[in-house]
Design a protein. Sequence first.
Lengths: 264, 388
Amino acid sequence: MRVLVVVRQVPDSTTAIKIRPDGQDIDRTGVKMVVNPFDEFAIEQAVQLREKRKDVESVTALIVGPAQAAEALRTALAVGADDGIHLEDPAFDKLDELQTAALIAAAVKAGGYALVVLGKQEIDLDSGQLGPALAELLDVPHVGAAVKLMLADDGKSFTAHRRIEGAEEIVEVVLPAVVTCDKGLCEMRYPSLPNLMKAKKKPVKVLKAADVSGFAETVGALGGTTLHTFQPPPERPPGKMLDGEPEQAAQALVQLLREEAKVI
Amino acid sequence: MAPETNAPDFMGLAGLLTEDERQVQAAVARFVDERVLPIIADCFEHERFPRELVPEMAALGLFGPTFHDYGCAGLSNVAYGLIMMELERGDSGLRSFASVQSGLVMHPVHTYGSAEQKQRWLPALAKADAIGCFGLTEPDGGSDPGTMKTHARRAGGDWILNGAKMWITNGTVADVAVVWARTDDGVRGFLVERGTPGYTARDIQHKFSLRASVTSELFFEDCRVPEESRLPLAEGLGAPLSCLTQARYGIAWGAIGAAQACYREALAFAQQRVLFGQTLVKKQVVQQRLAEMLRRISTAQLLAWQLGRLKDAGTLHHTQVSLAKWNNVRMALDVARDARDLLGAGGISVECCPIRHALNLESVITYEGTETIHQLIVGRQITGEDAF
Ligand SMILES: Cc1cc2nc3c(=O)[nH]c(=O)nc-3n(C[C@H](O)[C@H](O)[C@H](O)COP(=O)(O)OP(=O)(O)OC[C@H]3O[C@@H](n4cnc5c(N)ncnc54)[C@H](O)[C@@H]3O)c2cc1C
């Protein structure tokens, strides 16, 4: 059985984001890029399966993105993925999630991956659509936001736990399938420095648009969304300070909440 | 492109690094952010060495990372420096632990040890299955190791050690001590294992600096060690001094991390503290103080980077390391003290990092050659006159 992990690179959540003056992207200079935290769970899960199970032959990490995205791929390889696929072409820069899913599906269809894992959403654009779209285009079942994943002994199916409002849903799925991972599944280990160095020597296939058969037709036929602009959220109006004795201030507050904010 | 003023990386050190070096730095930075920063103030307050982090640091590959053998990562010296910088952004105590393990224990075993000694100790030290310490300083004066009193006398095929070592990082937690002693043939180095009869260690209490690090005294009373425990290639004082050059190199980088942490905290405070109707960052004097910190951190970064390049090229001279250790630790201590002051009364609390870093750096400026000693080393290089 071969496992595919889809990895995305996102701005570190601790960096302050500024929108570019033309509104077409964020200003990426000096922004630290990291592996999407939800994808980290997927990487660790895949590597653990490979370590624990003899029938899991290999883990392949895949990323779509510019040259810099190779760093995220290298993290996945350092943690334990065996090889990588880097889909890197200016033609991929503006794809939306559905088109990206079509691209990935076209690139990996022949790979024979039994299990595809990735994070349930990306912390920058938050669409959460890549997993379901990929499952659809690969024509396999999809389990969303898994917090536990157990492969059956025969390696033909798995059980996944999903946290839903007030309960945990347990589903059984026959492979091949796509699973998206939620917080709680597992925490990714730190890549060790020797493994970071060894990761450089692991094979990474770099694929351009021309290398992905069917890319132009499939993605071209899909239509899709086009980014209009990024806008900062409207600035919050300044707060109001209520002076005076606590009793009067409380009264004034209640009055404002009722008459101005209309929340009570 | 606007220079980076938050990390700060004003002169673009990141752009001078290789991709390997950048990734190493990012990996260690993450460890420090997630595992060290949440606990370190408490460790410092309660004088506790966070020993639980040692296996994690070993799993990351932080010990002996420049070696290409014995399971080590084979990193550049610049990458090694970046590791030290990130660790010391957490705490000088943790960086001290790593400095001792890598620069003062693994380095002499690797450089001066026999094949058997290397095979026995290096994999274990890299995995932190064994912890090491380095005993050079003695109670009667660390700046002048040439007058050390600890001695080793031949007894048949063995050696008998007598004497005491003082201010030894990791002393009581070490499984093996690299001990320097005078013999009839000059200074020699010995690997003394914990539990060897006649060898004891005791912690030094009441420190107000490096409180998250173990500092000990070592005692040798007719301590018998076999000839196989002597480092065969270490002859004379040059051997321990070469270890000091390693550790000083790491300190020159490490101090930058401490300064960065202090600068960031001072900047964040000045951005939100409102006094006399304005945030502090709008005051000329505060801007000048922040600019001064940034200037000194930036020059220290470039100095450390060039030092690393010289070391990678194999052309580094130990007096260059002295200059950088002196400059960068002085820089960090001044930045830490000034950041402490900028924070006002809150700055005396261990909840803010500058007081902890400032107190730690009081050790860092003393150990591995005091500031004065490094000035005298550089002075001797200029004049050819020995003025110690
Ligand atoms: C926390 C901590 C951890 C340490 N860890 C280790 C360790 O792991 N292993 C180890 O071997 N040592 C260790 N040391 C010891 C450290 O290296 C020594 O403290 C240092 O070398 C200075 O020696 P000293 O304390 O005996 O001071 P002294 O040598 O007595 O110096 C006293 C003062 O005299 C000044 N001075 C010295 N010579 C001259 C001169 N010629 N002219 C003018 N002024 C001079 C010094 O600058 C200093 O201000 C550690 C120290 C500390 C504080």
